[in-house]
Design a protein around this ligand. Structure first.
Ligand code: UDP
Length: 483
C-alpha cells in the first residue's frame, strides 16, 4: 500500500533544540477530527522539545484534509483501505474490521520501510487508544507503544471498569438514588443516563462498544498511557487510576497561542477535515458587542433529528442574544425552509450560520458569551481552557458523561432538559442561554467558575505545570530509550 507525504511547514522552520542524535517518534492518529486534533497538538509539544515526529493519518485519497497552519511535523498519509470500497454499504462492524485490517497492514508497511531507510529509526509509536491493535504492530517491529487516550479520565475509567467486569452490563443502579458507581466517589454524580451511550445502551452500538472496551485489552503492554486532560481537572480519577497503573496527563492539548504562548507559530490545530469559514465568523463577531453571542456547535459527527433542529431554530430566533451556529453541510437539509434567506446577508443580522468554524478563534472572541455544545471532549476542554460558560446538550458517546461533569462537578455550565418526547424545546434553550448571557445568579457563578478553570488549565501546560512536567518526563523517557 502506498503512502504520500506532506510537510506542514511552509517556513521550513526547524525545532530549536534537536538532541545530539535525531530522535524520531511515530504517531498514528485515528482519522476523525476530535482524535486528530489532540494527537497533533501533543506532537507539536514533542517537536518543541527536540523530538522528530512523523504523524501518520490513515485516510483514503477520496477524502481530503485542509492544511490550516504551519508546524514542524512531517505528515504522512497511509491508506485506510477504503479507496475502492463503498463505505455506505458496510455495517459499522464491517467498516471497523476493514479499517483495522487495512490500517494495520499500511502501518506494518510504513514501519518496515521506515526501519530500512532511516539511519536512526523510531523506537516509539504513539497510537490512538481506540486502535489498540497498533500496539501489536509496534511490538512486532521491536518498538515501544504509548497509548494516547483522547477522552476524559472519567470516561476511560468507566470503560476500564466495564472491561474488567467490575461494572456489569446492562447497567443497574446500586442504590435507591439511582447511582451506578460510588468508587471513585466523584462517580456517584452519574445516574444511569449519564453513562457513555455505548454502555448505557449496550444493544445500540455493539461494534463501537467493542472498540472502547478494547482500549483496555492489551494496555498493560504499552509502555506509557497518555491522557488528554490535566490533573487538577480530574484529580480524584487521576489519583485513582494512578494507583492502578502508571499514567500521564498531558492536556489540555490546545494550540499554544491560546494557552502558554511558548510555542512559536502554534496558532491553530493545523489539519482539518472540514473547511473553516474563519474570516466570515470573525468579521461577523467583530461587529457584535462583548459577550452578546451564543456560539452553537455539535462537533464533527453528531446529527440532530429534524424536530430537534426545528426547536433549536425556534429558541435561537426568539432569544435576545446573537448566535453563530455551525451546521455541517450534511445537516443543512434539516434547516427549516427559508431560514438562511431569512437571516439575510449583512453583518447586522441576528445570526450567522456556517458549515464549519475555526472554533478556537470563535471561543476566544470577546463577543462570545456562551457556548451551546454537544460536549465532545475537545470542545469541553476548549471551553474550559478559554473560560467560556456552556449550555450543554449532549447527544451520544462520551457526551452525557462530560455534560454531567461540566454541570455538577466543574460547575461551568447549564444543561438543557428534553421533554417527554425526548426533544429540547426552544423555550428551554432560550432560558438557559439567557441565564448565562444575561448573567442571572447561576449564570454569574458559572462565569466566575469558568474563569477559574481557564487559569488552572493554562497553568497545567505552562512552565512547571502538571502536564508540562509529564510531557517533559515522557520526552526524557524516550531519549533514555533511544540513546
Ligand atoms: N471544531 C472546529 N470547528 C467547528 C466545530 C468543531 O474547529 O465548527 C473542532 C473543535 O475545536 C474540536 C473538534 O473540532 O477540536 C471536535 O472535537 P470534539 O471532541 O469536541 O467533538 P467530536 O467532533 O469528536 O464529536
Amino acid at each position: 500500500m502506498s503512502s504520500s507525504r506532506e510537510r506542514i511547514c511552509p517556513s521550513n522552520r526547524q525545532p530549536t533544540m534537536y538532541p545530539a542524535k535525531d530522535i524520531h517518534v511515530l504517531v498514528l492518529a485515528h482519522p476523525v477530527q476530535g482524535h486528530i486534533n489532540p494527537m497533533l497538538q501533543f506532537s507539536k509539544r514533542l517537536t518543541s522539545k527536540g523530538l522528530k515526529v512523523t504523524f501518520l493519518i490513515p485516510i483514503s485519497t477520496k477524502k481530503s484534509l485542509n492544511l490550516v497552519n504551519a508546524s514542524s511535523i512531517q505528515v504522512e498519509y497511509i491508506s485506510d483501505g477504503f479507496d475502492n470500497v463503498e463505505e455506505d454499504k458496510l455495517s459499522t462492524k464491517e467498516y471497523l474490521e476493514h479499517f483495522r485490517l487495512s490500517v494495520s497492514q499500511s502501518l506494518r508497511n510504513f514501519i518496515q520501510k521506515h526501519q530500512s531507510c532511516q539511519e536512526n529509526p523510531a523506537k516509539v509509536l504513539i497510537y490512538d487508544s481506540f486502535d489498540s491493535w497498533a500496539l501489536d504492530v509496534a511490538i512486532e517491529h521491536g518498538m515501544h507503544g504509548a497509548s494516547f487516550f483522547t477522552q476524559s479520565c472519567v470516561v476511560s475509567c468507566i470503560y476500564y471498569l466495564v472491561h474488567q467486569g467490575t461494572v456489569k452490563l446492562p447497567l443497574e443502579a446500586v442504590d435507591g438514588q439511582g447511582r451506578v458507581l460510588c468508587d471513585p466517589p466523584v462517580m456517584s454524580v452519574l445516574g444511569l443516563n449519564d453513562f457513555p451511550s455505548f454502555v448505557a445502551d449496550v444493544h445500540k452500538y455493539p461494534a463501537i462498544l467493542d472498540i472502547v472496551l478494547g482500549q483496555f485489552s492489551n494496555f498493560r503492554k504499552a509502555k506509557w498511557l497518555l491522557f488528554n486532560t490535566f490533573t487538577e481537572l480530574e484529580e480524584e480519577l487521576v489519583n485513582w487510576m494512578g494507583n492502578q497503573w502508571s499514567m500521564m496527563t498531558v492536556g489540555p492539548t490546545i494550540p499554544s497561542v491560546y494557552m502558554d504562548k511558548r510555542l512559536e507559530d502554534d496558532t491553530g490545530y493545523g489539519l482539518s477535515l472540514f473547511k473553516p469559514e474563519a474570516e466570515a465568523c470573525l468579521r461577523w463577531l467583530d461587529s457584535k458587542p462583548p459577550c452578546s453571542t451564543v456560539y452553537v456547535s455539535f462537533g464533527s459527527l453528531a446529527s440532530l433529528g429534524e424536530d430537534q433542529m426545528e426547536e433549536l431554530v425556534r429558541g435561537l430566533r426568539s432569544m435576545k442574544s446573537h448566535f453563530l451556529w455551525v451546521v455541517r453541510e450534511s445537516e443543512e437539509k434539516k434547516l427549516p425552509r427559508n431560514f438562511l434567506q431569512e437571516l439575510g446577508l449583512d453583518d447586522d443580522k441576528k445570526g450567522l450560520v456556517v458549515r464549519w468554524s475555526n472554533q478556537l478563534q470563535v471561543l476566544s472572541h470577546v463577543s462570545v458569551g456562551c457556548f451551546m455544545t454537544h460536549c465532545g471532549w475537545n470542545s469541553t476542554l476548549e471551553a474550559l481552557s478559554l473560560g467560556v460558560p456552556m449550555v450543554v446538550m449532549p447527544q451520544w458517546t462520551d457526551q452525557p458523561t462530560n455534560a454531567t461533569f461540566i454541570v455538577e462537578v466543574w460547575k461551568v455550565g447549564l444543561r438543557v432538559r428534553a421533554n417527554e418526547r425526548g426533544v429540547v424545546t426552544g423555550e428551554e434553550i432560550e432560558s438557559c442561554v439567557n441565564e448565562i448571557i444575561e448573567g442571572g445568579e447561576r449564570g454569574k457563578e458559572i462565569r466566575e467558575n469558568s474563569l477559574g478553570w481557564k487559569e488552572l488549565a493554562k497553568r497545567a501546560i505552562d512552565e512547571g505545570g502538571s502536564s508540562e512536567k509529564n510531557i517533559q518526563e515522557f520526552v526524557s523517557n524516550v531519549l533514555d530509550l533511544c540513546t
